[in-house]
Design a binder for this molecule. Structure first.
Ligand code: ZN
Length: 358
């Protein structure tokens, strides 16, 4: 399938075909990753576009989930994942939000009896850089259409010898080094401070761990994800620094997303798929580009297989999340009710509709 032919890496690079002779600076893996392209099949994109449904750009009222509603799982696909294999009854829908447009239309479908909404984080064809992804719109859109659980699947570099390319990490902590992103739905007129001590949902982590076992994917449960601004990769000094901090993997997108999902009272979990050893590893100075492409292709396929296996585990959901992800705003709103700005509150209709309606 054309999807499987798409190769990508964890940050946008200048497109070239894989057949293009790729000159690799053998000194660092970073240089190699810069030369690896996102091979996007024009035919696949055209076919997806033909199936897409152009919706109105009006902001729809949020779907407030009620008891007994079927579970709707949101999936954010990173580099290399621009669709979801096995998804049935699919329909691309445009979803507008008060925070602007999400990265792309949302793909609605069914997977093994579970309702799933897929959003390619960088857009189909990988058009948005990590700094420019509208994370607020992406999270708002998923919440607005009734998702309660969100699984993030993205490519990453590794800081650990045992986390070899092809290994998955079910991330449970973040260090956020980004500085050019909008990372909160709250602002002057409505201030909130949510807890991020445990930034991912362990219930989703359990499902992903079980799914990885079923799919035969080597996955580490737990790990710290260093989120860098990018789009350039680390210098070697930075790579050594992050490694010395005990980080497991490095990427460019997940920390802002996790924080926003927490503010939006969504259960969120992240799977980081290792493509390389960043640039710290002494034995990996010389990069075999064909091997990197193979890893990217394999990870994209395995990432989709993982989601397919996780979906049945998430079909039924406890009334409330045992970790409290869906109730964090109960203790987070700090602005006095009489000082709250109605315009700001209005924008929070999907994110915080539950508390403001209460
Ligand atoms: Zn949760």
């Amino acid at each position: 399938m054309a999807k499987a032919k798409k190769a990508a890496k964890r940050a946008p690079v200048k497109a070239k075909t894989a057949k293009t002779a790729v000159k690799v600076n053998a000194r660092t893996k970073v240089a190699a990753r810069k030369t690896v392209e996102i091979r996007t099949s024009a035919a696949a994109v055209a076919s997806v576009a033909a199936r897409s449904v152009r919706g109105a750009s009006k902001i729809a009222r949020p779907h407030l989930v009620r008891k007994g509603d079927p579970v709707r799982i949101g999936v954010l696909g990173g580099s290399g994942i621009y669709g979801m294999a096995g998804l049935k009854k699919t329909k691309w829908r445009k979803v507008a939000t008060p925070w602007g447009n999400p990265s792309d239309e949302l793909l609605f479908g069914e997977l093994d009896g579970a309702e799933l909404v897929f959003l390619p984080r960088h857009g189909r064809g990988h058009v948005h850089s990590p700094s420019e992804v509208n994370y607020r719109a992406n999270i708002d859109a998923l919440k607005r259409v009734g998702c309660q659980d969100v699984i993030s699947v993205s490519a990453c570099g590794s800081f650990k010898e045992n986390l070899a390319p092809g290994t998955f990490v079910i991330v449970d902590q973040f260090i956020d080094r980004t500085f050019m992103r909008q990372k909160s739905f709250f602002s002057t007129g409505m201030v909130a401070h949510v807890s991020c001590g445990h930034p991912v949902c362990s219930r989703l982590g359990d499902a992903l761990e079980a799914a990885a076992k079923e799919a035969g994917i080597t996955a580490q449960r737990g790990g710290t994800y260093l989120c860098m601004e990018g789009p350039q990769f680390s210098t070697q000094a930075e790579s050594f620094l992050y490694k010395s901090w005990g980080c497991d993997v490095i990427g460019m997108t997940n920390a802002p997303e996790a924080k926003l999902a927490r503010e939006a009272e969504l259960c969120y979990a992240s799977v980081a798929m290792v493509t390389d050893y960043d640039c710290w590893h002494p034995d990996h100075d010389h990069v075999d580009v064909a091997a990197v492409i193979r890893v990217l292709l394999g990870n994209a396929e395995k990432g989709q297989a993982l989601v397919a296996k996780a979906a049945p585990h998430l079909k039924s959901r406890p009334e409330t999340c045992p970790q409290g992800c869906d109730r964090v705003l109960d203790a987070a709103l700090i602005t006095a009710p009489e000082k709250r700005d109605p315009k700001v509150i209005k924008k929070l209709d999907a994110v915080a509709g539950r508390v403001f309606k209460a």
